[in-house]
Write a protein that binds this ligand. Structure first.
Ligand SMILES: Nc1ncnc2c1ncn2[C@@H]1O[C@H](COP(=O)(O)OP(=O)(O)OP(=O)(O)O)[C@@H](O)[C@H]1O
Ligand SMILES: [Mg+2]
Length: 415
């Protein structure tokens, strides 16, 4: 390294961050302090009511929390159980949080719950991370519960990732079957709305869960969530309208708080990269665009060249005709034209129809069938899902090197 580049690094490290004051407040894994949790009072109230009797040593209800991604399910469940734990006076409440996407087998989950609740100095029970059988882990969990707690609140996040119903079955019947005197309340969280309906009848009847549905946030709620993280940035750095726009864009998509926070954070990063002294609405739009690109890149970046060409045929038709859907015959013509330009052997029309179905399955395209009357049979129409950004999908569909020389305004695909 020469001296000069050493100086550049030292210069950057030596100066305070011009944009962020406390960047961690908008980090992905940041857990906000209670006073920064806003817009979920009804849900916090509802969950607290279901757990209320635990404070007096009674049995908490079992609860299933549903809702789309980023609606505060994990946050609220952790927050409320923590408050319950800290407010109980004569009752010993223990809480354990596990994420079933990490602990997807029953044995792993029980082992993890037992470790979370254990205090080996007091119980003398050791819970190794692995190596014991499921039933031994259960026995240790029950003796920990008996030894240390009157009530245990067990949060199973992403509960639908558990391989089967065994864990729910055992936890919900643990007292009734005489395994422990501790009153166990389960809070199961899922973003699959039908998940609990499909549980086996015996589990349902012993769990008897109360259901709480977390709705997506509206723009106002997202706005106050972001306002409460404003101090991530230095004073005066956020231009007027930046928080409002970030909230509005996220509300337009899914009402996902994680996405809203991400947009604001990335807008700040973009401003930083561009050496801008303030974060502007333009940075917000740029950040949203980058996020959309990443999302589509994950979704379609790895598709085969055949499927990408099919998608590129649809997006090129959109761009060139301005229409919003096309019969698969027209898509096929565009596809074969594109194949010719990039030197890829075209597949049959039937295969391309399968590609279209697959892209619809991935929620990239919208496809619908139309009956063409007595003699005509069925025609499938497809187009990009209206919520998607045409330019972004088009750009990612055409990322393969083979598209490098294609001028999409000149290559006529529709004839
Ligand atoms: N009401 C809120 N106030 C402040 N921050 C919030 C609020 N709701 C969500 N957040 C923040 O948004 C992010 C997503 O929230 P959370 O993880 O609770 O969502 P989730 O519903 O569990 O989503 P998923 O289904 O994807 O697990 C977190 O960083 C969280 O801190
Ligand atoms: Mg969650």
């Amino acid at each position: 390294m020469d001296d000069e580049s050493g100086d550049v690094a030292a210069e950057i490290f030596g100066k305070p961050d011009p944009i962020f004051e406390q960047k961690s407040l908008v980090d992905v894994d940041h857990v906000p302090q209670p006073e920064r949790i806003v817009g979920r009072d009804d849900e916090i109230r509802a969950l607290s009511m279901q757990l209320r009797s635990a404070i007096d040593g009674g049995s908490p209800e079992n609860v299933v929390i549903y809702g789309e991604t980023g609606t505060g399910k994990s946050l609220v469940a952790k927050h409320v159980s923590k408050v319950a734990e800290s407010m109980a006076e004569d009752v010993r409440i223990g809480t354990a949080y596990i994420d079933c996407s990490d602990d997807d087998t029953e044995t792993q989950a029980v082992s993890h719950i037992a470790r979370k609740l254990n205090n080996e100095d007091q119980t003398g029970v050791s819970v190794p991370e692995m190596g014991l059988s499921k039933s031994v882990y259960y026995t240790r969990l029950y003796s920990i519960l008996d030894e240390l707690y009157d009530v245990a609140l067990i949060i199973l996040d992403e509960a639908d990732m558990q391989a089967d119903d065994g864990l729910l079955m055992s936890l919900s019947r643990s007292r009734e079957t005489g395994k422990t005197d501790c009153r166990v309340g389960v809070i199961a969280i899922s973003n699959k709305v039908r998940w609990a309906e499909n549980l086996n009848d015996r589990v349902k009847s012993s769990l008897q869960p109360r259901e709480l549905n977390f709705h997506s946030y509206d723009a106002n709620q997202l706005r106050s969530i972001l306002e409460h993280r404003r101090d991530a940035f230095r004073g005066g750095v956020l231009e007027d309208g930046v928080i409002q726009l970030s909230a509005a864009l996220a509300a337009q998509d899914h009402g996902d708080a994680r996405q809203a926070i991400d947009i604001l954070r990335n807008a700040g990063m973009l401003a930083q990269q561009q050496d801008s002294e303030t974060v502007t609405e333009k940075h917000v739009r740029g950040a949203r665009r980058e996020a959309e690109k990443d999302r589509f890149h994950d979704l379609i970046g790895g598709l085969t060249i055949q499927k990408k060409t099919t998608l590129a045929a649809v997006t090129t038709l959109h761009k060139q005709t301005g229409r919003d859907e096309f019969p698969t015959g027209e898509i096929y013509t565009a596809y074969t034209n594109l194949c010719q330009v990039i030197g890829v052997e075209p597949r049959t029309e039937r295969r391309v129809r399968d590609f279209v179905r697959n892209l619809a399955f991935l929620d990239v395209l919208d496809a619908r069938k139309e009956n063409q009357g007595r003699a005509g049979g069925i025609t499938i129409y497809a187009g990009l899902q209206p919520a998607h950004d045409l330019e972004i999908v088009h750009e990612i569909a055409m990322t393969d090197d083979r598209f490098a020389d294609v001028d999409d305004s000149e290559t006529t695909v529709s004839k």
